[in-house]
Structure formats: C-alpha cells, structure tokens
Design a protein around this ligand. Sequence first.
Ligand code: HEM
Length: 458
Amino acid sequence: MTAVYAPLSGADERFPLPPLAAGRPLLGHALEMYRHPLQHMIDLYQRYGPIYRVRVPGREFYVLAGLDANRMLSATGSAYFLSQGLFDDFQKELGASHFLINMDGAAHKRMRGLMRPGYSKRRFLQRLDDVVAVTRGYLAAWPVGKTIGVLDACQRIVTEQITSVFVGHPPGDYFEDIRRFMGMLMRALVIETAPRWTLQLPAYRRAKRRVWELAARVMESYRRLPPDERPPGLLADLLAHYEAGGEFVSDDADLLSAVVGPYLAGLDTVAGTLAFMIFAFLRHGVWEEIRAEVDDLLFVEGGLTTENLKKAKKLHAAVMETLRMYPVAAFTPRLAAQDFVFHGYRVPQGAEVLLANGLTHFLPEYFPNPQRFEIARHLEPRLEYRRTPGAFAPFTLGPHTCLGAGTAEYQLMLTIATIVHHMDLALLRPDYQVRQALTPTPSPGFGFKVRVLGRHHL
Ligand code: HEM
C-alpha cells in the first residue's frame, strides 16, 4: 500500500499535478470562493476527490480536503505546510517584529509558549461571574418589542468579555474603531475582497490610530501600577518578557501589537459562532431544552461554577454542533514547505495550499445527516465530535491550532446559557434561513435580526 503523503525530491514527473477544477473564464472560482467557500469546496471534493486546484484571478490554490488532509495537517508539524510569509503585510501593518500566526518551527513554538498562559481557559474560568455580568449588562438594554442586529450585539458582548478577562480593560468608546480596523485589514490583506489602497483611506488611518491609542493607554495604566499590585496574566507575561530583553517582544511596537490581540481575537470568531448559534437555537427549536438545563444547573444559588458548566452536557453538545455546522474558519491557508505527493498528486514547494479543515464536518461517514442540526449526535453514546480523530476541526489542526480554543468553547457555553436564561427571542420569520456572509469571515451577516419578545430575572 502506498502512503497517502510523502516527500518528493524535486518535480518528480511520475506524479501529475492535481486536476484543475473547471471555472469561469477570467474569474475562475472567485465568485464561489467568496460567496460560499465551504459549499464550493464540498462540491469540488465530490467531483475531483481529496486534492484539486482552483484558480482565482492571479492566483492558484491547491486544495487538500477530507480526513487524510486533516490528519496530515495535524501530524506533520511544519514539515509540509508553512505559515511564514502568508501574513507578512498584516504583520507589517501591526508594526510587530514577530507575529505568532506568521511563524513556523521552533521560534513559533517558543512564542506560543509565551502567549499560552495569557489566553488559557483556566484564567477564563476564574472569571465566570464577570463574564456573566458583562453579558447581563448588554441584555438589560435589548429593547423588548423591538428588533436587534444579532452579529453587532454578539461582537460587543464577546469583545468586552475577552478584554475584561485577559487585559482588564474593556474597549469602551474604541469598539467601532477596533471593528473597522480589523474588518478593513482582513478584507484588504487576508481575504482580499477589497483593494489594498483602502488602507490609505482616512477612515482606516483614523481607526488604526485610535486602536493604537487604546493599546498605549492599556499598557500605560498597567505599568503605572506598583509591581506587586499588577494582576497576573497576558500583560504581566508580555511585560516581563519585554523587560528581560525578550526575543519576541523587543520594542514598544511589539508590545502594543501584542496588547491589541485580545481586542481582535473574538470579533469574527466567537461572535460569528455565537450569532449562528442564536439562529440555530431559534430555527431548530432547542431554546427551551437548553434553558431547562442551564436554569437548573447554573442559574441557581451558587450554581455558576466550572464544575456545573462541565455538567451541562446538552449545552456543550449544542456548542459543538454549532461549531460543526457553522465553522467560521473552515479552511487553513498554508505554503507548501517542500515538494510532496498527496493521494498520488504532486504539490510543488511554495504552492499556495488551502486545507479544508471544516469540510469533514459535512461528510456523512463521520456525521450522519450532516445538514441536520442535531445536538444528540454529540451526547452519549454517539459523541460524534470526538469519535473520529481529525474529523472535527473547527479550530483547525497542527502547530497553529487556535490558542484560545478552550476559552472559546467555555465562552460560547456561558454566553448562550446567559442569553437563553434571560431572553425570549424570535426569528422575524419562522422559516428564516440564514445566509452566510463574509464580514469578513463567515457569519450570519449584519442583516440578521431577531425580535426581542421578553426578558426574565433582569
Ligand atoms: C469560535 C472561536 C474561534 C475560532 C473558530 C478560532 C479559530 C482559529 C484558527 C482556525 C486559528 C489558526 C489560524 C491559522 O493557523 O492560520 C486560530 C489561531 C489563534 N487563535 Fe483562535 N479562534 C477562536 C477564538 C479565539 C479566542 C477567543 C482567542 C483568544 C482569547 C483566540 C486566539 C488565537 C490565537 C492567539 C491564535 C494563533 C495561534 C498560533 O498561530 O499558534 N482564538 N484561531
């Protein structure tokens, strides 16, 4: 039996290049890739198999999809896939000499080690009461009898939670600047749906200036504290590393760009997932079921504990099912580190690769009836999210697996629990179907609204 993947020495002609998926004249696959990238990848996977090429104007991608691709990404470190170089312009825009998602190998591992404790779920779990208090503050202002924009609301809640826990400093008046900065940066430099000159626009320059002003204020007020009064956490770790002449945080620009991280981390990821989850709960009628569980476990005297959160099995399963069915990071861009063969096809060194980590979420061999939102699939005895290693990959796999994954899971559980406990919401139409929008990553879009029917216990 031949190996699924193996290194090649040079352009070994015995192995052809992967099939080039037929696309539109000039545009290639651009429209489909921007409009519904994951569905498009699934369609092409069914047609061409686990490896194929797609073109968009000026670029060609090698798409690797399916369980073998996920397992290869998970198992091979940086031997086949590199991140360095993919985010150079993004890093330059942040002014950082080192940028975690743009690094590989031993240096990446060391920097990840520096950041890990600061983003840990342990730290998040120490602050459950504060996280619920932030959520309640927003829910108390949702206007009963009127509609609210779900994504906007989720972005505000999530960003305030993360920054309160990890930085001790919520975004306040700077929220709009943070959102504009991140959105324009992602569109111009990562998903490339906007031209680069948009980063010269006054609106972007102002937002960027304000975000840096916020980071400088945060750092300044932290530094002003007497050393023995400084709370432990991300800022303490960064500052200690910096003051020791650190490898990764070697000047003020590095320090500030690291402080900006938590303000951006949840904006598209946790918030997009939470917005999808509100839609899914309303559309698939699980609101009351989850409410019954969390009312009994978490929202009783003394109930808000890590232990009880872990006992909320349906709540956990609902989060897993949302991450499966609505993956906001369904593919992982990389550069081929060397010539290699995958399923009999050659990938040349330097090729732009897309690993479709979220595609397996829709293969019935791992998730039967994959288009059905079904919480029971992640409960005993099925436990589909962990039955086939590599098939469930909402945080991608391999050396860059999301550093905030543990935090994000608990954050999603606790926030949706608080929302179902306090709020009665309704879709504007019972048969409303969510349309995925790129805002800039997949989400239900800013147009997704729900009606606020009522509020309890607030
Ligand atoms: C549903 C929520 C989230 C999703 C789906 C998600 C997804 C991802 C993905 C796919 C990556 C890998 C990017 C790449 O390799 O190119 C990543 C990296 C990362 N994420 Fe998340 N993320 C989420 C929430 C968070 C949160 C809440 C935090 C922080 C509190 C966070 C911090 C990070 C960091 C620091 C990295 C860089 C890791 C590295 O490069 O080694 N993420 N995330």
